[in-house]
Design a binder for this molecule. Structure first.
Ligand code: ZN
Length: 424
C-alpha cells in the first residue's frame, strides 16, 4: 500500500499543534537522572492509549552487568530507572520490523542564574521551543510518536512490528538502550531521531568517564606545602597531564579516516571536582571526575591504560602516591556506521521527498545510543533528526519547522520500510 507523500505532509501538519503541546508536556517533566519515572509513566499511558502493548520495567530487572556495551554505575538507583517499550503488532507482518528509540533523560540544568526562564517550562520564541531536553531529545520522541499518528490519521498502520522505545541513561552510560536489547527487542532496523541537523551519523566517538581520588599531606596551612601535598592544587597538575594526553591523541586523530577532517575531535572534560574540609587545613583529599572521548578504532582497554599511565606519570613527578582511579560511567566504544544499508537508502528517499537533495552524513564528536544496535546486535541503526542548538546549555532549543519536517521524514520512512496496512 502506497501513501501519497503530499497527503502525508498534510497529515503531519494537521497534528502538529497537538504535537507541540505534547512535546511541551514532555519537556515539563524534570527527567534528570533518577527522576525519569513520572515522565516514563506519562509516556506509557500515551502509548497504551494508542493501542500499543506496553512493557514498563526498571533497569534492576534486567541482567545487563558485564555485557558488551555495559557501563559501570555508581551513585544511581536502578530500581527507579524506568524504561518503556511500546509495541505495535500486526497479526500477519508483511514488511520489515523497526525500532524507534529516543532517550528521555536530560542533563542537569547547571547554574540557575544562567537561565532566563524555568528550564522545565518550555517557551516558544521565533519558531524555536526552548527548554531543557526540548532538543536533546524530547523533540525526537515526539517526532517518532506523531509520525505514527500521522499515518493513522490517513487510515494506515505499519504492516510490521514497530517497537517505540523511550529509555534513560543515554547521557551517562547507555544502559537503558542496552536493556531493551537484552530484554529481547530486536528489529530489521533501528532509528534514533537525535537532533542531527537533517544529517545521518556516519561515525561517532565513544567516551570514558573516570574519577581520580587524590590524597594530599594534610597539615596546618602555615606549613609550607610540598608540590602534590595540597590535594586540590595537585588536581590542576592531573588536569594538565590529561590535557597533554588528549593533545597527543588529537595528533593521532589527524589521520583517522572519519575524524581526520575534524579539528581536535577528542575532548577532555574535567567536569566535576570536590575536595577539602576546612579552610585552615591543607586539603587532604580531592575527587576529580572526567570524561575523555574515544576514537573509533581505539579500544577501551587501550584508552583506559593510557589514562592510567598519564596519571601515574604525573604522580611520579609530584612525588606522591598514585591516586585511585575508578571508571564511573560511560565506557562507550567509538563506532562507524557502514554506508550502503537498505535502511539508509530508504531513509535517504524519505529525506529527499521532504527536504530535497541527498542525505548527508556527519562524524559526530559525541556519543549516542545508536552504537548498541549496530555494534553489539547487528541491527542496522540510523541516527537522524532535525535542527537544534544549545545542547546541554541554557540556550537549548529546537527549530519547530525542522521538527515538523523530521516527523514527516520518519512517517515516510516507516511507510516505505514497514509497509502499510489499513487501520483494522
Ligand atoms: Zn541525546
Amino acid at each position: 500500500m502506497n501513501v501519497d507523500r503530499q497527503q502525508l505532509g498534510e497529515a503531519v501538519a494537521a497534528g502538529f499543534a497537538d504535537q507541540l503541546e505534547w512535546l511541551a508536556t514532555l519537556v515539563r517533566f524534570d527527567s534528570t537522572r533518577g527522576n525519569e519515572a513520572a515522565c516514563q509513566d506519562w509516556l506509557a499511558a500515551e502509548y497504551a492509549a494508542r493501542g500499543w502493548q506496553v512493557d514498563r520495567y526498571t533497569l534492576d530487572e534486567v541482567a545487563i552487568e558485564g555485557l558488551p556495551g555495559y557501563s559501570p554505575v555508581v551513585d544511581a538507583d536502578y530500581s527507579r530507572a524506568v524504561q518503556v517499550v511500546a509495541t505495535h503488532q500486526v497479526p500477519r507482518p508483511r514488511g520489515r520490523s523497526l525500532i524507534l528509540q529516543g532517550h528521555i533523560d536530560v542533563v542537569p540544568t547547571g547554574a540557575p542564574e544562567l537561565w532566563e526562564h524555568d528550564p522545565f517550562e518550555p517557551r516558544i520564541v521565533d519558531g524555536w521551543m526552548h527548554g531543557r531536553g526540548a532538543a536533546d531529545m524530547k523533540c525526537g520522541v515526539s517526532a517518532m510518536v506523531f509520525a505514527l499518528d500521522a499515518l493513522r490519521r490517513l487510515g494506515y498502520v505499519p504492516a510490521a512490528t514497530v517497537h517505540v522505545e523511550t529509555v534513560s541513561e543515554e547521557e551517562c552510560t547507555g544502559n537503558g538502550a542496552l536493556s531493551t536489547l537484552v530484554r529481547g527487542y530486536r528489529a530489521d532496523a533501528a532509528l534514533i531521531p537525535e537532533s542531527m541537523g537533517h544529517k545521518i551519523i556516519r561515525a561517532e566517538l565513544g567516551s570514558v568517564w573516570f574519577r581520580l581520588r587524590i590524597l594530599g599531606q594534610p597539615g596546618h596551612v602555615l606549613a609550607a606545602a610540598a608540590p602534590g601535598a595540597h590535594a586540590i592544587l595537585a588536581a590542576t597538575d592531573y588536569i594538565a597531564a590529561l590535557q597533554q594526553l588528549t593533545a597527543q591523541i588529537n595528533v593521532e586523530a589527524r589521520s583517522h579516516p572519519h575524524f581526520g577532517v575534524v579539528e581536535n575531535p577528542v575532548k577532555f572534560n574535567p567536569g566535576k571536582i570536590r575536595g577539602g574540609d576546612w579552610l585552615g587545613s591543607v586539603p587532604s583529599w580531592c575527587e576529580l571526575e572526567c570524561r575523555l572521548s574515544v576514537l573509533p578504532g581505539h579500544s577501551l582497554p587501550e584508552v583506559r591504560a593510557r589514562v592510567a599511565a598519564a596519571v601515574a606519570a604525573c604522580a611520579d613527578r609530584l612525588g606522591t602516591p598514585v591516586p585511585a582511579l575508578s571508571w564511573i560511567g560511560f565506557q562507550a566504544d567509538g563506532h562507524v556506521f557502514g554506508p550502503g544499508t537498505e535502511a539508509e537508502a530508504v531513509l535517504a528517499r524519505a529525506h529527499a521527498a521532504v527536504l530535497g537533495g541527498p542525505l548527508e552524513s556527519v562524524a559526530l564528536t559525541a556519543t549516542s545510543d545508536t552504537r548498541f544496535y549496530d555494534l553489539y546486535y547487528g541491527i542496522p541503526a540510523l541516527c537522524y533528526g532535525g535542527h537544534a542548538r544549545g545542547m546541554h546549555a541554557p540556550s537549548e532549543a529546537v527549530d519547530l519547522e525542522s521538527l515538523r519536517r523530521t516527523t514527516e521524514v520518519i512517517a515516510g520512512f516507516v511507510a516505505d520500510w514497514c509497509g502499510l496496512d489499513p487501520v483494522g
